[in-house]
Structures are given as C-alpha cells and as structure tokens.
Design a protein around this ligand. Sequence first.
Ligand code: IPE
Ligand code: MG
Length: 237
Amino acid sequence: MDGNGRWAAQRAKQRWAGHAAGVEALKLVVEAAPLHGIDTLTVFAFSADNWRRPKAEISQLMGFFASFIGSETAQLIECGVRLSVIGRRDRLGPGIVAAIARAEAATAGGTTLHLRIAIDYSARAAILQAANMPAADVSRELTIEEFSLRLCGDLTTSDVDLIIRTSGEQRLSDFLLWEVAYAELHFTERLWPDFGPQDLALALHDYATRDRRFGAIPEQVSAVECAEPKSLSAHPR
Ligand code: IPE
Ligand code: MG
C-alpha cells in the first residue's frame, strides 16, 4: 500500500492525510476482492524497517491500524471477512495488540475473504524464525511443505499468486519472500490512496494474460492452475 506520503504531498497535505486516504482505499479493495474470486488478500501496512520513520508518524500509523481493526470488525464479520495480522507483536503497544486479538477472534469464522494485514513484518525475519524452530524429528530434513507450514501456519497462505506494487516502485522490500516463489508481479504508478476497485480489476486482467507454467511446458499445466488468482498481495513502502 505504497504512495500515501506522495499522495498527500501532491495535495499539499500532511502525510497523515495520505495514510487516512489509504485506509479508505483499503476498505474498497477489501470489498471488491471477493467479487473477483480472491480468497486471500495480504496487505503490507508496516514493515519492520518502518520503525525508522519519525516517532510522530509511527504513532499516527499505529493509531490508524488500531482504529481500522477496531471500528471495522463489525463490518468485516458482516461481509464474512476473516482478519489476521502477521508480523511481530512484541514491539506493538498493548492497546493495538489487544485490538488485534479481539478482531482475530471475532472474525475467525469468516469464509468469504481472508484479509491478512502485515504489521511490523519482515519476510526474512519470519523465515529465520521458522528455520530456528526446534524440529520434532532431527533425524531427517524438512520438506518444502513442512517448512511452509512452519512459516505460514497453514498451507492456504503459503503460495501467493499475484503481487501488486503501487506507486511506481519495483521491488519486494522484504515482503512474503518465501510465499512469492511463483507469484506474478504487477506494477502500477497509482499511489495507494488512489488505488480503487477498477485498478484491482486491471491488475487481475493483467494477471489473466500471464502464462503460468510453474516450470513445466504449457500443455502439462492444468487449466485450474491458470485460472483466477486466489491469493493476492498489495504492497506498501
Ligand atoms: C505507505 O505509504 C504507507 C506505509 C508504509 C505505512 P508511504 O508512507 O510509504 O508513502 P510514500 O512512499 O512516502 O509516498
Ligand atoms: Mg513508501
């Protein structure tokens, strides 16, 4: 969800106004995603490196996250959205940690869309943590599937189909590095607050033109695998 600051600067507004507009854009995208058959949407809200920002901006961002998570819970339940937050929690304030836990529990039954918000997230740190977990059986090496389970908790989130990177940036910035092994990449100049359902549709149209072979030759790949993306990621920073 990148480009909030530039969006604000273009309008001679303060950065927080860009973040506020970014929250509104997120609401519309969450609403639109399931209409396209997306079942998992992961958005990068705050990276482990975003702690380098000024304290005042960090606390504004945390305020936006807490208020989105708290005030949207009822709406998410109504729309069948299950909310999860990925990333470290030990550096977040107790208020937001409690709000996350409440929202995750309250929305746990949602089956229309799994919305994952990455806060204080670093893919490399997550991979390292999974690698350092004590093994139940040290006599053999882990399989890729077992490692995915360690890292992601469940296999429904272990393979991202499409990454959307907004605001003209073209890098992964430590986002879902393991999970994007075969992801298609879509880059758009659109700043996140301006990114709307029509941009999502455009990205999905672009995705649909891609020839996904997963290393095989075309006739080997089943039509099912080439169909619509199920797991989508929108990127910040
Ligand atoms: C993304 O917008 C929001 C977060 C990282 C939380 P930015 O704040 O990075 O916006 P730009 O890159 O300065 O435009
Ligand atoms: Mg940025």
